[in-house]
Design a protein around this ligand. Sequence first.
Ligand code: HEM
Length: 490
Amino acid sequence: MSVDPTLNLTNIQGDILSGLPKKTQTYIFFDITNVKKFRSDLRNFIPLIKTVAQVLKDRKAIDDHKKQKLPGLLPIVGVNIAFSHLGFAKLGVDDSTLVDPALGDNDPFKSGQKKDAVTNLGDPVKSAGTPDWEAPFLQDIHGVILISGDSHLNVNKKRLAIELIFGVNTPLASIKEVTSIVGDVRPGDESGHEHFGFLDGISNPVVDGFDTVINPGPKIVQQGVVLTGRPGDNGQGQTTPIPRADWAKDGSFLAFRYLFQQVPEFNQFLKANPIAKDGNGKVLTPEQGSDLLGARMVGRWKSGAPIDITPFQDDPVLAADPKRNNDFKFEGEINSQLRCPFAAHVRKTNPRNDLEVPPSPTPSIPVELRRIMRRGVQFGPEVTKEEATAGKTQHGRGLLFAAYQSSLANGFQFLQHSWANNQNFPPFETQPEQPGLDPLIGQGTRAMSGLDPLNEQKVLAMPAFIIPRGGEYFFSPSLSGLKATIAATA
Ligand code: HEM
């Protein structure tokens, strides 16, 4: 398939559609302190931004480098920028067309994540109306600069160049850094795996007119599910396109979450609750039983192989085959948790056929419109021997969760609020048992059924293994939007 000629890949920030290549990534959260100077500094910053077109070239160069088995990594760095609603307000940029008319003041981008965390996301609360977050995320944040690259050295060099442009820490500064966080892909064989050990980044939406390689899997999504101002960007109303100002087209909303993972505690839980027999009645060793428990919580084995295809035994060959590793729909499993629990993380966050096949109640909008483009990276060190032995976290680690979509209310917010946190989801008309919460990200009293394949009704309670400690909603504008409006002289 060829790329849709109306899709201007030099106008779209690279992380959105192609993902900035990264071994390490720095997020700089900033406030704008001098509006006039910021606009002029931004004009000098824009040439540093990697577009989708440039990222595709970088990815091709990386592939060639790998194919030729050349040593080391190519020195590639990519920069993107995004703004919060408070950032646009500070700049005096009218961002009213970023708000879904069907939602008005309740649009999560407008209300900001600090408020949303308490009202919709279910984050633990510190005091009335305030989430239990790290202090910097309780402050106002105007924007975020993402720097991804092959090494700390090259990312830090770029960071210095950027700080120079904005005069950071000098009397001429136009921004103040609120906080910065460094994320790193895990080392060695764990590369690509999140901190619990599961391969991540397998299932992202395939975008119509952009992706040229289409592997079997969930339905292709319209461009407007990810990009604003493109076909399918209809928000909550879903009958007419949201009227976006020109500068607000070809951008995407970025949901950032600072998620801490309790890895030793997670491993202890798996060890303490091994599944005794697989779905065929085969007796499992404690280790096999713990592995199966983890796989049933996630919906995939650590290798990435989906349990819907290979429910009781890992299959690393299948996991590594892009033509097969996403080709499942929970078909034939309506009302059954034998192969995959209803509440398994990947079934909760992408229920595939669960909502389409009778007797499921018809969903308000199709599942494809709720897909999100995930671009996270790990942070924090590997688990130490002391932590593993004690089963207790002593060093902060987790996921810098980042996901792009054209509607936060259809995408991230809905997945967290209405699916992960909802013990009755997925809803079957003749539901045999309550699914329970998403065992990874569900907020509330965590418990789920279906973990034991031979006793689907059995409910297992569990502590919080993932703790949200910050976040914000941003909008990642097009290059033309940045130049014509955001960096324009007032
Ligand atoms: C530390 C937190 C998290 C961890 C460890 C985690 C882990 C994983 C893993 C291992 C997968 C399977 C790999 C794949 O299909 O790509 C996955 C898939 C997914 N996760 Fe998460 N996740 C986390 C947070 C979240 C959050 C906050 C959301 C959204 C609210 C989310 C949404 C998804 C989606 C949409 C998929 C793909 C489902 C599919 O299409 O099959 N995840 N996650």
